[in-house]
Design a protein around this ligand. Structure first.
Ligand code: G6P
Length: 400
């Protein structure tokens, strides 16, 4: 398929602007349109014990991922294997699976796991996340995990699922179940729309687990689903409000050599992703850090030449992030805040505001990453770099 830039200067920018659409597509693929919490209280939510193969389940469930029920049976652990940006999506996935469905979840770099696997755990769901479905380390780690479980007792049997944007990839030959992300072809080497759709899949998976295990009441599941359905139009709003602003702002970083990105909780992986995007396309050194850890090292780097980008979303760690940002300000750092719109406290703290619509903390990562993608893009484009094909990087790394 010939993919065109459709008037955008680079594929990366075009793909950033495709995000409202692909998030919508992915949500529509997995969230039932005919489920409502009222009709499905927890007593009627127990799935059919003996479904006939091929039959549609008799009770509508909120999320339909097409996975067999046996994958969730007696589940005790989830382990996620991935590289690069997919590893960042997996960290958000861990947060969601642990906080919504209460299942202990490990996230490992596939390249590390393959040579030092964690001890075997029982009744474990193993998820490989790779947008291309071709990353050599991720495939090898999954293969190894599958092999070491074969021949062991029932509770150790491999339960493998892949999350990918390429359902025809090598990953699909390796694992029996695929959850597709429906992002469409991504040309820019720096992942954008494939990342946010991986996040959408993790929301769906965590909600499905929470529903099946009854760790959340249906009314809460309905509330989160309603929030997810707002995201496409909220993403659109962020992109349209900030595109020109960030293009202008990029001028201010012509001489900048280092950036620090801070986040906490569910937005710590978004800080990592913001830093990675900037490194990948602009070649500026950037570090993502959990805001509370800044005092254990990165604070030594701060001065007026090192901008700090803090993701400060209302919720459990909001005040904490604001006070971490104040500490950076006291070292003369230029402070950029990804903050909720119309928030006087944020306006007082930060020098530059990249504001997004107010949503509950749980749903904020998808909105928070938008300005960070645009920031990385515009700094790189302004420097005249090859944004879609950064030096030394490949879209999929099929060698070790
Ligand atoms: C490469 C790409 C990254 C990507 C990583 C993992 O390094 O440049 O953008 O995140 O591979 O790719 P995957 O296809 O496994 O998600």
């Amino acid at each position: 398929v010939q993919v065109e830039k459709q008037g955008f200067r680079h594929f990366m920018l075009k793909e950033i602007f495709e995000q409202p659409g692909v998030v919508r597509t992915c949500l529509e693929a997995y969230i039932s349109s005919d489920w409502s919490a009222g009709e499905n209280d927890s007593s009627s939510a127990i799935p059919d014990q003996n479904p006939v193969a091929g039959d549609t389940p008799s009770i509508t469930t909120p999320i339909q991922l097409g996975l067999p029920e046996s994958l969730y049976e007696n589940l005790e652990h989830v382990q996620i294997l991935a590289c690069g940006t997919s590893w960042h999506a997996s960290l958000v996935g861990k947060y969601l699976i642990e906080q919504l469905a209460g299942i202990p979840t490990m996230v490992q770099y596939a390249s590390e796991f393959r040579y030092a696997p964690s001890p075997l755990t029982r009744n474990t769901l193993t998820i490989g996340v790779t947008q291309s479905g071709e990353t050599a380390d991720t495939l090898a780690a999954l293969e190894m995990e599958k092999r070491r479980r074969i021949g062991l007792g029932q509770e150790y049997q491999p339960r493998l699922v892949g999350i990918t944007n390429r359902s025809e990839s090598s990953l699909a030959h390796l694992v029996p179940h695929i959850i597709e992300t429906f992002a469409g072809m991504e040309i820019g080497v720096a992942a954008t729309k494939t990342f946010v759709t991986q996040l959408v899949v993790f929301y769906c998976l965590a909600l499905d687990l929470a529903y099946q295990r009854q760790t959340l009441p249906p009314s809460r599941i309905a509330e989160i689903i309603a929030g997810l359905r707002q995201l496409p139009s909220q993403i659109e709003l962020v992109l349209s409000r900030q595109e020109h602003y960030l293009e202008e702002l990029a001028h201010e970083f012509d001489e900048t050599q280092d950036f620090i990105f801070l986040g906490r909780g569910i937005n710590f992986p978004i800080a990592l992703e913001g830093a990675l995007k900037l490194k990948e396309v602009s070649y500026i050194h950037a570090e993502g850090y959990p805001a509370g850890e800044m005092k254990h090292g990165p604070i030594a780097l701060l001065d007026s030449k090192v901008p700090v980008v803090a993701i400060a979303m209302p919720g459990t760690v909001y005040e904490k992030v604001l006070s971490n940002a104040q500490e950076a300000k006291a070292r003369d750092a230029r402070l950029i805040g990804v903050t909720p719109m119309h928030d006087p406290e944020a306006a007082q703290t930060f020098d530059i505001l990249l504001s997004v619509p107010v949503v509950e903390e749980l749903l904020s990562p998808i909105l928070a990453v938008m300005p960070l993608q645009l920031l990385a893009y515009h700094i790189a484009a302004r420097r005249g770099l090859d944004v879609d094909q950064p030096r030394n990087l490949a879209k999929s790394v099929t060698v070790e």
